[in-house]
Write a protein that binds this ligand. Structure first.
Ligand code: TPP
Length: 359
C-alpha cells in the first residue's frame, strides 16, 4: 500500500491548570509580564462585565445575553494579537477580543438591550457586527481577506465561531476559499464543548475540529483554550503567516462554556453538574493569575484594587447604557432599504401613528 498523504494535528499548552509552566521552552510572550498583566486585567474586567450583564438581564434591563464565562483567555488572545487595521468577524460572545479592539462595554449592553446602535462601534469601524446566524461571519471574513489580497493590503481577517459553527456549510466554504486562494485569513474555532444542548461528541465524527482545515490545505493547530499563552502564541504565528503571504489557518481553542448558552437557556437540564465542576478546575483566569503571582507580577493587594476599579468602570458603562434614550419607533424601518417598498412605508406610518397615540 502507498500512502497519498499523512497528517498530524499539534496540540499546544504551556500552563497547567495550576499555572505551572509545562516543559522548559516557553514562548517569548510568556516573559512579557507587563503585557500578560494587561491581558489578565482585560480577562478579569470581562468577567466582572459578564457577571453584571447577567444580573441586568435577570432584572429585566437586557433582552437576553450570551455569557463568555470561561472563554476569556481565547478571546483576549484573539483581540490582542490582531492589529487595528485587521478585521474581526465575531460571533456573539467575544467581548474581551472586542474590548481590546476598542468596542465599548456600553455598545455590548445596547446590542443585547435591543438597540441596534450598539452595533455601530465607534472603535473598530471596519469590524463586523455580532453574528447570531451561526458561522455566516466566516464568509464575511473570507470575503474581506480576498479583498485584502486583491488590493495588496497587509491586513488579516479573523473570524470566530463555535464548535457547532464548525459543522456549518459556511465554515467549510470559508475554509475552502482560504486554502484555494491562500488568503490572509484566520478561522478560530472556540470549542466550548456545547452547541446549546448538543455536546461536542454528537456534533462531528472528527477527532479534532482543527483537522477540518486539512481538507482545505490550511495550517491547523489545536491549543488549550484556557491557556492564554498558548492561545496568544498560536494567534501571533497564524497572523504573521497570513500577513506575509503564507496563507490561511484554522486554530481550535479548546475551552468550556461555564454558564448557560444564553440567559434564555438552562444548561442544568442537559448537562452534568460534575462536568461543570471539573471544568472550573481548568478555567483560564485563576490559571494566569497563579502564573503571574508566582513570578511576582501580580498580588492579592493588586487584585483587590483592580477588582474595585473594574466594578467602578462597569457601573459607569451600565449607567451610560441605562441613560441612553430609546430610538424612535421609525428607526427600525429606516436603515433597511435604499428605497423603502410601499408596504414597509405603510407599516412605518402605522407604527409612528401608534407611538404618537400610545407613547
Ligand atoms: C444559521 C443558524 N442556525 C441555527 C441557529 C440557532 N443557534 C443559535 S446558537 C446555536 C449553537 C451554537 O453553538 P456553537 O457554534 O458551538 O457556539 P457557542 O454558542 O457554543 O459559542 C444554534 C444552533 C442560528 N443562530 N443560526
Amino acid at each position: 500500500m502507498t500512502t497519498a498523504a499523512t497528517f498530524e494535528i499539534e496540540y499546544r499548552q504551556y500552563l497547567d491548570p495550576d499555572g505551572h509552566p509545562i516543559g522548559k521552552q516557553l514562548p517569548a510572550i510568556a516573559r512579557d509580564l507587563d503585557h500578560l498583566v494587561e491581558l489578565y486585567q482585560l480577562m478579569s474586567f470581562t468577567r466582572v462585565f459578564d457577571t453584571k450583564s447577567i444580573a441586568l438581564q435577570r432584572t429585566g434591563k437586557l433582552g437576553t445575553y450570551a455569557s463568555c464565562l470561561g472563554h476569556e483567555a481565547a478571546h483576549a488572545a484573539i483581540g490582542s494579537a490582531m492589529r487595528p487595521e485587521d478585521v474581526l468577524a465575531p460571533a456573539y460572545r467575544e467581548y474581551a477580543a472586542q474590548f481590546y479592539r476598542g468596542v465599548k462595554p456600553r455598545d455590548v449592553l445596547m446590542y443585547w438591550g435591543g438597540d441596534e446602535r450598539g452595533n455601530d462601534f465607534s472603535g473598530p469601524r471596519h469590524d463586523f457586527a455580532w453574528s447570531v446566524p451561526i458561522a455566516t461571519q466566516c464568509l464575511h471574513a473570507a470575503g474581506s481577506a480576498l479583498a485584502f489580497r486583491i488590493r495588496g493590503e497587509q491586513r488579516v481577517a479573523v473570524s470566530v465561531c463555535g464548535d457547532g459553527g464548525s459543522s456549518k456549510a459556511d465554515f467549510y466554504a470559508a475554509l475552502n476559499c482560504g486554502g484555494a486562494f491562500e488568503l490572509p485569513l484566520v478561522l478560530v474555532v472556540v470549542n466550548n464543548q456545547w452547541a446549546i444542548s448538543v455536546p461536542r461528541s454528537k456534533q462531528t465524527g472528527a477527532k479534532t475540529l482543527a483537522q477540518k482545515g486539512i481538507a482545505g490545505g490550511l495550517h491547523c493547530l489545536q491549543v488549550d483554550g484556557n491557556d492564554l499563552i498558548a492561545c496568544r502564541e498560536a494567534m501571533d504565528q497564524a497572523l504573521d503567516r497570513a500577513r506575509s503571504g503564507g496563507g490561511a489557518s484554522v486554530i481550535e481553542m479548546v475551552t468550556y462554556r461555564l454558564h448557560d448558552h444564553t440567559t434564555a437557556d438552562d444548561a442544568r437540564r442537559y448537562r452534568d453538574d460534575a462536568e461543570v465542576k471539573a471544568a472550573w478546575q481548568r478555567e483560564p483566569i485563576g490559571r494566569l493569575r497563579a502564573y503571574l503571582t508566582r513570578l511576582g507580577a501580580w498580588s492579592d493587594a493588586r487584585e483587590d484594587t483592580w477588582k474595585a476599579q473594574c466594578e467602578e468602570r462597569v457601573n459607569e458603562e451600565v449607567d451610560a447604557y441605562l441613560s441612553t434614550r430609546a430610538q424612535p419607533v421609525e428607526a427600525m424601518f429606516d436603515h433597511l432599504y435604499g428605497d423603502t417598498p410601499l408596504e414597509i412605508a405603510q407599516q412605518r406610518a402605522l407604527a409612528v401613528a401608534r407611538e404618537v397615540k400610545h407613547g
